[in-house]
Design a protein around this ligand. Sequence first.
Ligand SMILES: [Zn+2]
Length: 503
Amino acid sequence: MRRIALVFLFLCSFSFLFQFPAGVSETVAAPSNVECACGPKQVSVILFDFKDVKHNPSSTPEKYRQILRDMNASFYEQSYGQMWLTSGNVYDWSVAHTRWNQPISLRGLNVTSSNVLYDEDAMVLEEAATYQAEELGLIQPHVPHSNSYIIGVFAGDVWAWATWAYTPWSKSETVGLAIIGERWNVETFMHEFAHLNGHVYLPDQPESTMGHWDLMGPGYSGRLCAWLRLQLGWLGERDVASLNTTRAASVLILESLDDPSGIRAMKIQISEGQYGELIMSNDLWAEAENGTLAIYLYQTYRAGEEYYWDGWGYSSYTVYRPNLRLLSELSEEDTPAGRVFVSQEINLAIILLETTTDGVKIKVTNTVEGAKAEQSLITLEETRRSYESAASFPGDVLDPNWNQTMSQANEALASAWKSFRKGDFDSAMASAMKSQENARNAEELVRKAQEQAMKAQEEQAKLQTVTTWLAVAGCLVFVVVIGYVRWHRKPKPKQEKMDRYTA
Ligand SMILES: [Zn+2]
């Protein structure tokens, strides 16, 4: 991983030097004349034990055959069917030895950390692998090995790196060689192979903040970013939408790897010196995977001067290094703000309009429109909430017009999203407001219907009260009348009786 830096820094430096004449800075991204790192590649794996350290029983040759198969599948897919591995063999475990057949011990060799750069101990393993490859007939004198590669897998805790190793008989012929400890997985095999594959040498990018998006940076998975694919010729200029910051544009960035044609990435060239004087060039890139859009900055920066002996004296050249910086990841799942990237420095906004089965549709525009997009996303979210709140009442039972008002609210919300997906944020806002108004109307219908129902209940209650009081009053009247009648009729017989006694 690190050792390659030395070798490739040198090679890369020259390739960059030619593209950067003194005082002129140009982007090295998207070179139109890249020779494609395409076609069949033969990768042979040789398994090595040490005299003192043997491999884990689970590290069978079949395990490495599977790694080769996985590597092949992934590279084939990511190169859009342009690069594949041919059936290189996996040679079973044997003890690594020197040119004079001396078995090699791991103890005492400084090959288990990233510190292998400049280390002669690393060369012990490289030489063991090339001698063995020669004995197996994998490398032969005066045969170009531009499309065949050797991977030496070593037992124990060995680090992983890649280099162009000199063939045993000639100091001018080289072979692509990766040394990988048995503990490393398929992603590491891909990373090391990527150093060696192709005519443009891919260096490590230790300062890359791309995470899993970038095979050559820390945190890599097996994925190559669009910028790397372009370096390998897997993508061409026609696959990249080159935009400028002064004109708005909508682009569908394809993410399906099955479809060999279409736009795979977006690139915007930014004026130089934007991010410090050491930065020679900046390009803003965007690409998609699993509905997520990665926005990143590709930079080349002046890493320093290197000196070399040219036969008459020392000459120097400037070392330029590429770097990738992840700026943002946009996705539909996120909050409204998670769908819009805004850079005030370069007056640029990138808005994720929608994700489709093919890829991610974006709009590239200025910051004013970016703010509008953010605002319309917030309004759309509010609208969704007000629709859901209105829909939570059983309005259809209460008012016959409720259904229609709610379907109008729904239609307006759908049309707001339609406008947003088209990148028309003014119309999106207008439709969203209309939807909110309809939702409010529907709630109002419910409120009125409930109010009427309450009133009717109150009337009913009043009527009941009056009826009750009337009944009570009627009863009282009845009692009074009966009492009166009885009072005035009773004494008469008494009078007659008394009359009879006194007679
Ligand atoms: Zn590396």
